[in-house]
Ligand binder design. Structure first.
Ligand code: IMP
Ligand code: MG
Length: 337
């Protein structure tokens, strides 16, 4: 592994946070860099008996020797960043690019009071859309203009590219998911930026020729928060029968639930250029899969489900998550790659 991008395959909340945390502890990358839109994301990591719901700090913070970076393409809310620094204690290894766009209170106010954004689209109300508008209008404030962030300011693209030149490993953590892409997703029910792998690389200043792997993360079922098309959606009562009830990390809204969408997944694989697939929450669909750590011990229906995904999408499933704990994982990269 040298330069790997972790991207969301559907509408976000695929479990990227846990996968990044696992890869960080297991593969020991020198740098973990956050890409994606901004603090509209909520990445959940359970570590040492504690639940972390992170919106800005990379989920790989659990690996203590990694430098943690936030790329210039990512929106930052200084208040959220400082809160998470306190929560995680990572202040001395965090770097924020000086060119990051700053979300201001007025952006949050606009997001929350707009009938179109909050009412029709169902945004997270975190000010991301209006802040991206300000950047496009060239009126936005940048991280370098915020005294409270002074100690963290960095040149993220330079750090990452220098590290790659030295042959070190870098993990790029995306946020949101393919279906929420402003360009490729279910417009207008999308977020305020492209969310596919090429943009994630651009967010942290890495050129396409420097990326080795794109790991696309899918949940064993699909969820969506906010409005918009959802072809494989099932009624809430059906989801409850299956024991699948989820709430958003950032907004607390109940997530809509559906079955695995092969058409969406195929397009997502194509546009992300996926080289590996991860399936999370397999235990929530197949109860016998809970906590399993080897392929052979999975129930046969669970194996058939994973094999069908591999066959249809024509990309190897290398990592399967079977529970919230970081060690509830089946890592088949050594056999499959
Ligand atoms: P915004 O990104 O806050 O403007 O919200 C636009 C749409 O993207 C809404 O449907 C949100 O629910 C959705 N969205 C944005 N970020 C995430 C995420 O991290 N997970 C899931 N949905 C998200
Ligand atoms: Mg989330």
């Amino acid at each position: 592994m040298s330069c790997t991008i972790i991207a969301g395959g559907t509408w976000g909340d695929e479990g990227k946070g846990k996968i990044v945390a696992y890869l960080a502890l297991n593969d020991k990358p020198k740098i973990i860099a956050r890409a994606g839109v901004g603090p509209n994301a909520g990445h959940t990591v359970y570590y040492q008996g504690k639940k972390f719901g992170l919106r800005q700090i990379p989920s790989g913070f659990v690996y203590e020797d990694a430098r943690l970076l936030i790329g210039p393409g990512v929106l930052i809310n200084p208040e959220v960043v400082l809160e998470e620094v306190k929560l995680t204690g990572v202040g001395d290894r965090l770097g924020i690019d000086r060119r990051c766009t700053v979300i201001e209170p007025s952006h949050i106010e606009q997001d929350r009071s707009s009938e179109h954004l909050k009412g029709k689209i169902g945004t997270t109300g975190t000010g991301c859309g209006p802040a991206n508008v300000a950047r496009v209008n060239r009126t936005a404030k940048l991280a370098e203009g915020v005294p409270e962030l002074e100690r963290f300011l960095a040149d993220v693209p330079k750090e990452i590219n220098d590290s790659l030149r030295r042959g070190e490993s870098v993990l790029i953590e995306g946020s949101q998911g393919f279906g929420l892409s402003l360009i490729h997703g279910t417009y207008p029910y999308v977020t305020s930026k492209d969310t596919a792998a090429s943009t994630l690389a651009a967010d942290v200043g890495v050129g396409p020729t420097k990326v080795d792997d794109v790991m696309l993360v899918f949940k064993a079922y699909v969820s969506r928060v906010g409005a918009g098309p959802f072809p494989t959606e099932i009624p809430q009562e059906k989801a409850e029968e299956l024991g699948i009830v989820e709430f958003g990390t950032v907004t607390g809204r109940r997530r809509r639930i559906g079955t695995f969408d092969f058409d969406l997944a195929k397009r997502s694989v194509m546009i992300n250029g996926a080289t590996q697939l991860t399936i999370t929450c397999l235990d929530r669909l197949f109860k016998g899969a809970s906590g399993i750590r080897s392929w052979d011990q999975l129930p046969s229906e669970a194996k058939e489900f994973v094999e069908k995904i591999e066959k249809e999408l024509e990309v190897p499933v290398t990592i399967i998550s079977t529970g919230a704990a970081l060690d509830s994982i089946i890592d088949m990269r050594a056999q499959k790659l």
